[in-house]
Design a binder for this molecule. Structure first.
Ligand code: 5GP
Length: 190
């Protein structure tokens, strides 16, 4: 997606060879026009895949997932990284290792928001090693539903996530695929 790649090049910053900062338009300050186009791009790719529900992980996935859900006219469920005293009922949880923090969190969802037998589209801001996506897949499967697609805003193709997800046979749509990055700039696949 050309507009997204331009935003990455002009407004993103490679902190080092592994971590890309995109907090000026994606996950801290949000560019709603760009996110709307991101949502439309995912909707175009997944429209004929019989998706019932969109799922994302708080907080960085919420902006792209919301616009995708709106474009497809589908409900959106936000998987939580923390529980709270008011989060009661039948919960499904799985431990996930955070790429950016290096710590583990309990990915949590109320079972009532993930009906069984549905086809779910998982949307996230980044794909690195795939741990977040695998956590979402475990929760969705535990609920009796199926992840039928994965939409990633920025894939770091030099990390193992895509390969691991493709091995499961799930279609992955990444709108920007970073081949390499560092002090000399950011290179995309293609
Ligand atoms: P994975 O679980 O695939 O290893 O990492 C994906 C998660 O880590 C995403 O949900 C994202 O929030 C975070 N993440 C991974 N790589 C980056 C990065 O380069 N920059 C930022 N800002 N977040 C990242």
């Amino acid at each position: 997606m050309k507009e997204l790649k331009e935003a990455i090049l002009t407004r993103g910053k490679a902190i080092n060879q592994d971590v890309l900062l995109v907090d000026s338009f994606l996950n801290h300050q949000v560019d709603p026009v760009l996110m709307c186009h991101v949502g439309e791009a995912f909707a175009d790719f997944f429209r004929d895949k019989a998706i019932d529900r969109i799922v994302t992980i708080e907080s960085s996935g919420i902006a792209p997932a919301t616009f995708t859900a709106y474009a497809l006219g589908l409900p959106l469920v936000i998987l939580k990284k923390q529980t709270s005293r008011i989060m009661k009922g039948d919960l499904i949880q799985t431990a996930v290792r955070s790429f950016t923090k290096g710590t583990e969190y309990q990915l949590t969802v109320k079972r009532e928001f993930l009906p069984g037998n549905e086809r779910v589209l998982f949307i996230d801001d980044f794909l690195a090693s795939g741990e977040a996506a695998f956590g979402a897949i475990r929760l969705v499967e535990e609920a009796g539903a199926k992840v039928a697609g994965i939409g990633i805003v920025i894939e770091k193709s030099f990390q193992s996530g895509r390969e691991r997800l493709e091995a499961l046979g799930i279609p992955v749509c990444s709108l920007a695929r970073v081949r390499a990055m560092g002090p000399d700039g950011i290179e995309f696949v293609d």
